[in-house]
Design a protein around this ligand. Structure first.
Ligand code: FPP
Length: 234
């Protein structure tokens, strides 16, 4: 059976979930945050080693200020709760994204990364202030700096050099990418890392994405034929 080590999710539809129920958008995000906790437990139970979630993009700052503040507040409490339960949950948490734009959350993020770095359970990557193009630009700047310093020749730059310059350095590429709530686009998510990933789109809004829905996505993945550009094995 093929491996399923890494699931990447675009959490979408919190706002629509709330609107459908006549609730403020913030309530959708609260429900969405609860569902992140549940999904981590589910993935761990199912033997998934890596879970990457797209929680806040470099473009999401354009949302109304009160919504952005509510979301940042949820991240802040989530980080607190992860710090408290880090030992018990045995989960390693890392941030993917541009840290320069995250001054307020950064001390907690770095603390959580440090205290959870030797945990051996689920690896959770949270994308906050994340945009794939921004990540690639930062990576290229880092590589160009090494070339300018004479540490690296241009012809020595390989796919590995680029992978290692990204926020996901050392993390295997996702096997399955799930986007909830009906949209069928990548929205600047892990453009380099998703080169051979299987995509699964569901109309279900993120707060309603439960174990049954996760099983459906996983089952679909196992029925896909991954060839990585090669030919089908007989
Ligand atoms: C997607 O729905 C949600 C976001 C971009 C906001 C942030 C995500 C959370 C609060 C859940 C994750 C939380 C933690 C603690 C990691 P949307 O607002 O884009 O929905 P819409 O497309 O229906 O408006």
């Amino acid at each position: 059976m093929k491996e399923l080590n890494h699931i990447a999710i675009i959490l979408d539809g919190n706002g629509r979930w709330a609107k459908k129920r006549g609730l403020p958008r913030k309530m959708g995000h609260i429900q969405g945050a609860k569902n992140v906790e549940k999904t981590c437990r589910l993935c761990h139970k199912k033997g998934i080693k890596y879970l990457t979630i797209y929680a806040f993009s470099t473009e999401n700052w354009k949302r109304p200020e009160d919504e952005v503040n509510a979301i940042m507040g949820l991240f802040d409490s989530y980080l607190d709760s992860c710090i408290r339960t880090s030992k018990k949950d045995n989960m390693r948490v890392r941030l993917l994204g541009d840290r320069n734009g995250l001054i307020q959350l950064l001390p907690k993020i770095e603390r959580l990364e440090a205290i959870s770095k030797d945990n051996t359970g689920l690896n959770l990557q949270i994308c906050i202030n994340y945009g794939s193009r921004n990540e690639i630009v930062r990576g290229i700047q880092q590589i160009a700096g090494r070339v300018a310093a004479g540490e690296l020749r241009p012809d020595e730059i390989s796919e590995t050099t680029i992978s290692d310059s990204l926020d996901t350095a050392g993390i295997p590429d996702p096997d399955l990418m799930i986007r909830t709530s009906g949209e069928q686009r990548l929205s600047n998510y892990l453009l380099w890392q998703l080169a051979y990933t299987e995509f699964y789109f569901t109309p279900v809004a993120w707060p309603d994405f439960n174990e049954k829905e996760l099983d459906l996505a996983i089952d679909t993945y196992y029925h896909r034929d991954r060839r990585f550009g090669g030919v089908k094995e007989e």
